[in-house]
Design a protein around this ligand. Structure first.
Ligand code: ADP
Ligand code: MG
Length: 302
C-alpha cells in the first residue's frame, strides 16, 4: 500500500542550527505513531514539515501522493483540502488560540472551510461535549488554565475531523487527571482509522497511544519499532536520553549507579531486580522481560 505521508531525506536548518539532518519516514493511513527524542532532537520541526507550516531546505514531502511545496500550497483549493485532512496541535496552545471565545475558537476552522452554518453549530456542539468544554464555551481562551487551553486547541482541530492528527506533546504540562483524559482520548483512536503522530516524552502510556514508535536523535531516526521492543531496549532509551541512569541506595546500603528496572509490586520478580534488563547501559540488545512492559523508570518498591 502506498504511504499517506512520505518524507524523504528531509534537511532543515534554522540559520546554522541543524534540526533535521536527512530524515526519511513513510506513514501508512491509520498508523498511530509516537515520536520520541530528547529536547532538540527535531520532533516539532518534523511535525511542522508534515503540516506544511515549514518546508525543508532539501528533501521531499508527499501527502497522498502529492508533493507538498510552498508553490503547491499557493493553490487555495489545494491548501484548504490539505488543511482539512491534516491538523497539527502545537505544544504551546497559546500560539494556536486567538479567538475571543472558546466557541469561536472551535468554530473558526469550519467557518474557514465554509461549511453550512447549521452543520458548523452541530459540529462545534458535539466537539465541546466530547472534550468536556461545554461549560467554558463563552470564556476567553486566553484566560483558561494551561490544561483547558490544550483541550481547546485540540478541539479546534478535532472539529474538522482530520484524517491525520499531528500532536506535539499533548500531555506536557497537564495535571494528572487532564493528562490521563488526554491519553484516554488518544487510546480511543486505536483501530479507528485515524493517522496519528504524537510527539511525547511519556513512556508510561506509549502502548496505549501508539502501535509504532520512532526515536529521533540529532534530526534523524535512530529507531523505528513497536512500543514493546522500544520499551525493552534500555540501552537505546538511554542513548536517546529518554531515561536517565540514576544512582540510589538499596536496602542494606548497596549503591546502584547503573540503570535498572524496579520490580513491579504486583508481579513477583522473575529474576534478581537489578538484572531484569540484562546488561545495562551501552549494551545494544537487551532481552525482553516476561511480563507486560512497563516504563523503565517504574515505581520503586525496592
Ligand atoms: N525557531 C527556531 N530557531 C532556531 N532554532 C530552532 C528553532 N526551532 C527549533 N530550533 C532548533 O532546532 C533543533 C530541533 O528543535 P525541535 O524541532 O524544536 O526539537 P524537539 O521538538 O525535539 O525539542 C534544536 O536544536 C532547536 O534548538
Ligand atoms: Mg518540540
Amino acid at each position: 500500500m502506498s504511504a499517506l505521508l512520505e518524507a524523504r531525506d528531509l534537511v532543515v536548518h534554522y540559520r546554522d542550527v541543524p534540526a533535521l539532518t536527512g530524515l526519511s519516514v513513510s506513514v501508512a493511513a491509520g498508523e498511530r505513531i509516537a515520536l520520541l527524542g530528547a529536547n532538540g532532537s527535531g520532533k516539532s520541526t518534523l511535525l511542522r514539515v508534515l503540516d506544511a507550516l515549514q518546508f525543508p531546505d532539501s528533501g521531499t514531502f508527499h501527502f497522498a501522493g502529492e508533493p507538498i511545496t510552498a508553490e503547491r500550497l499557493e493553490d487555495r483549493a489545494f491548501s484548504r483540502e490539505f488543511r482539512r485532512r491534516v491538523g497539527l496541535v502545537f505544544q504551546n496552545a497559546d500560539v494556536q488560540l486567538f479567538n475571543p471565545t472558546v466557541f469561536d475558537e472551535i468554530a473558526f476552522g469550519p467557518l474557514q472551510l465554509q461549511l453550512p452554518k447549521s452543520d458548523i453549530r452541530a459540529r462545534v456542539q458535539q466537539t465541546l461535549q466530547q472534550m468536556s468544554l461545554e461549560h467554558l464555551k463563552f470564556r476567553s481562551p486566553h484566560q483558561l488554565s494551561g490544561g483547558e487551553k490544550k483541550r481547546v486547541a485540540l478541539a479546534s482541530i478535532l472539529v474538522l475531523d482530520p484524517e491525520v492528527l499531528l500532536l506535539d506533546e499533548p500531555t506536557a504540562g497537564l495535571d494528572p487527571r487532564s493528562a490521563s483524559e488526554m491519553v484516554e482520548l488518544l487510546a480511543s483512536w486505536r483501530g479507528a482509522g485515524k493517522t496519528v503522530l504524537t510527539a511525547t516524552h511519556d513512556l508510561d502510556n506509549l502502548e496505549d497511544i501508539a502501535d509504532r514508535v520512532i526515536i529521533l536523535q540529532d534530526g534523524r531516526i535512530i529507531a523505528d519499532s513497536t512500543p514493546f521492543h522500544i520499551l525493552h531496549d534500555v540501552g537505546l532509551l538511554q542513548r536517546a536520553r529518554l531515561i536517565a541512569a540514576h544512582r540510589h541506595t538499596h536496602p542494606g546500603g548497596a549503591k546502584q549507579p547503573h540503570p535498572h528496572v524496579h520490580a513491579d509490586p504486583l508481579t513477583p520478580p522473575a529474576a534478581p531486580t537489578s538484572d531484569r534488563f540484562g546488561p545495562p547501559a551501552d549494551s545494544a540488545a537487551t532481552p525482553p522481560i516476561p511480563r507486560t512492559p512497563a516504563t523503565p523508570r517504574a515505581k520503586d518498591p525496592d
